[in-house]
Design a protein around this ligand. Structure first.
Ligand SMILES: Cc1cc2nc3c(=O)[nH]c(=O)nc-3n(C[C@H](O)[C@H](O)[C@H](O)COP(=O)(O)OP(=O)(O)OC[C@H]3O[C@@H](n4cnc5c(N)ncnc54)[C@H](O)[C@@H]3O)c2cc1C
Ligand SMILES: NC(=O)c1ccc[n+]([C@@H]2O[C@H](COP(=O)([O-])OP(=O)(O)OC[C@H]3O[C@@H](n4cnc5c(N)ncnc54)[C@H](OP(=O)(O)O)[C@@H]3O)[C@@H](O)[C@H]2O)c1
Length: 558
């Protein structure tokens, strides 16, 4: 329940029937099929309907029956409970910078807990909302994007506004925001890429995964990137969920991609792609692969793609064996790798034209990207071994053995990195805005910066799924409201009319919620013409034009 991004597991502790419930039920009308509860359940009790073991099929009906005759369960009900002791009759005005999951959950939580006492403005530098749900989540995961329905519902609340195409640091400074609101919550995510710091990293043909993902998802700042897909093998460094997303997109059947909301420029390029094999390189052992179990398992469903690894990569050290015995999560992942390793294909040859292959390699670190005429032509990999220490933990150590893996296309999927926002204190070691439980702090004194808060990836670093931000937001909003009650928030010098006047001067091309709805309807209308969920607009010019062009629901229905 705690991890569900759309609160579709019932009855919840504050709902009737919780105490007497024999089991919990998942509302199929609200579930976005993100798989997080499946991964998180401590007793492996949750299955997707189509993977229920024969002996448990009956539960599907029991689950569905629970919801018959009940009013539709609404995720995240917007209760209007004014918190005790919010100061004064005037509402608490809060700006949220960033409309990704973290910013949206924070706004939802403020409206839910703060009730009529709060007014919220959500800013985003893009003309479109939803952060990585639009520009990160893979196009073949349409269900996951359903979380935006929950966020869109709050736009109907008259105490909330979306102010899109407004960049803090460009159109408004953090000081200006601070003088117009009681509090500002920064939810700016982690837009940068980590780097390897090895020779050859910047050769042509070597790219950060962040750029490739933003390109195929139609982020307007990356739409003009060019990726050479003319070779047969792509090498991805890293084996987190982003690496898996990239591998699936590179190996997908173009006919399947045509049914998604992938950017049209990427669809065209991928239709002409010659890539038959994607190799995922992990520096640690299979047991430490960074991807999650449901995502790893789902690779087995890819049509026409053999998922493989060398059985030698599954040999465990003593300490690893002990860890495996203690953790059902590690065991589940290891079992899936064992299943993929049963029939490894010969690794030396690229797969035939009719087959595609996704190969995991473990205990190998990139030492250098090799190049010719400034283009990458291979990755020099150094072999590692696992070292058990006396405390039972493990580390890796280079063995000195090296091997070259030939490729003209390298994607570095090493994770994301936060960027500083104007003059807010930045923790350069963790690449987050310096904070304690969501309160921005001055690193020199440890004191909170009055009225400044953080949430999401810019608060915790770039890890966690969409639902993780829900709890992160709860913590930040609780801190903010506690400060409001204790009188720690100053009264802003200016009001809402003043910020509107300032914005009219600084960013006349600001996009409102209605502007985004025009973009949304336009994209969906174009998608409906070609059997796709939407055709994304990928340039700011096209987005702003669509925002300014009134589109009606009736037009869409035609
Ligand atoms: C490639 C990828 C795929 C993923 N797929 C999944 C998935 O399938 N399922 C899942 O559960 N999780 C997935 N995740 C994780 C999930 O996307 C993150 O947990 C979540 O997006 C983090 O939320 P956030 O709001 O902190 O950051 P973001 O989603 O990055 O949102 C930050 C927002 O802030 C805006 N912004 C930044 N700077 C400024 C500024 N100066 N002024 C105004 N606005 C600004 C940005 O435009 C953006 O909209 C994925 C992550 C990645 C990277
Ligand atoms: N479907 C989904 O639910 C979904 C999809 C995409 C992303 N996400 C979430 O988004 C977050 C970010 O995902 P991510 O894949 O970008 O990051 P990640 O999970 O942190 O994976 C990063 C990978 O890069 C490797 N790496 C880092 N530095 C390296 C170096 N110098 N040399 C070699 N390898 C290096 C890591 O190896 P080590 O482990 O050895 O450090 C790891 O394999 C995660 O929490 C993820 O679950 C979720």
């Amino acid at each position: 329940m705690e991890v569900c991004p759309v609160d579709c597991i019932h009855p919840a502790p504050d709902e009737n029937g919780f105490r007497s419930a024999e089991m919990l039920y998942i509302d199929p009308a609200v579930c976005i099929d993100c798989g997080v509860c499946v991964a998180e359940c401590p007793v492996d009790a949750i299955y997707p309907a189509d993977e229920l073991p024969e002996s448990m099929r009956g539960y599907q009906k029991i689950n569905a029956d629970f919801f018959i005759g009940k009013p539709p369960t609404r995720p995240f009900p917007l209760r209007t409970v004014s918190p005790p002791g919010l100061p004064g009759a005037a509402p608490l005005r809060v700006a949220v910078v960033g409309s990704g999951p973290a910013g949206c959950y924070a706004a939802l939580n403020l409206l839910q807990v703060g009730g009529a006492g709060c007014e919220v403005d959500i800013y985003d530098k893009l003309p479109t909302p939803w952060g990585l749900v639009r520009s990160g989540v893979a196009p073949d995961h349409p269900g996951t994007k359903g979380v935006t329905r929950l966020f869109a519902e709050m736009a109907g609340n008259r105490r909330l506004r979306f102010l899109l195409n407004v960049e803090v640091g460009l159109h408004l400074s953090t000081d200006e925001l601070a003088s117009h609101y009681h509090a500002v919550i920064y939810a700016t995510g982690a837009p940068l890429a980590r780097s390897l710091g090895i020779q050859g990293e910047d050769l042509a043909g070597s790219h950060a995964a962040t750029e490739f993902v933003a390109w195929y998802n139609g982020h307007p700042d990356f739409a003009d990137r060019v990726f050479d897909l003319s070779g047969t093998r792509a090498v991805v460094i890293g084996n987190g969920n982003v690496a898996l997303d990239i591998a699936r997109v590179l190996l997908a059947d173009p006919a399947a991609l045509r049914k998604t909301d992938i950017a049209s420029h990427a669809l065209q390029a991928l239709c002409g792609s010659s890539i038959r094999e994607v190799v995922l390189v992990g520096r640690r052992s299979a047991m430490h692969a960074a991807c999650t179990t449901p995502e790893l398992l789902a690779l087995g469903q890819l049509q026409g793609v053999a998922v493989t690894l060398s059985p030698a990569d599954l040999v465990l050290s003593k300490a690893e064996q002990a860890h495996l015995e203690k953790s059902h999560v590690l065991r589940a992942k290891y079992e899936i790798f064992r299943h993929y390793a049963v029939q490894p294909l010969p690794a030396a040859q690229p797969p035939s034209v009719s087959d595609k292959r996704l190969t995991f390699r473990f205990l190998e670190s990139p030492i250098q990207l090799l190049g010719e005429a400034r283009s990458v032509h291979g990755v020099l990999l150094g072999r590692n071994r696992v070292i058990d220490d006396a405390s039972g933990s493990t580390t890796i150590q280079p063995t000195g053995a090296e091997q070259t893996l030939e490729t003209g296309f390298v994607l570095r999927s090493l994770g994301y990195r936060g960027a500083p926002v104007c003059n807010l204190p930045f923790d350069r070691q963790r690449d987050v805005i310096a904070n304690r439980s969501g309160r921005v702090t001055n690193p020199a004194t440890g004191e909170p910066v009055p009225g400044a808060y953080v949430v999401g990836w810019i608060k915790r670093g770039p890890s966690g799924v969409i639902g993780t931000n829900k709890h992160c937001a709860r913590e930040t909003v609780a801190a903010l409201l506690e400060d409001a009650r204790s009188g720690a928030l100053g009264r802003p010098a200016f009001g809402s009319h003043d910020i509107d006047a300032l914005l009219a001067l600084r960013q006349p091309e600001q996009v409102s919620w209605e502007g985004w709805r025009n973009i949304d309807r336009s994209e969906q209308f174009d998608g409906a013409q070609s059997g796709r969920p939407r055709v994304k607009l990928t340039s700011r010019t096209a987005l702003l034009k669509a925002a300014a062009t009134q589109r009606h629901e009736v037009e869409f229905a035609q």
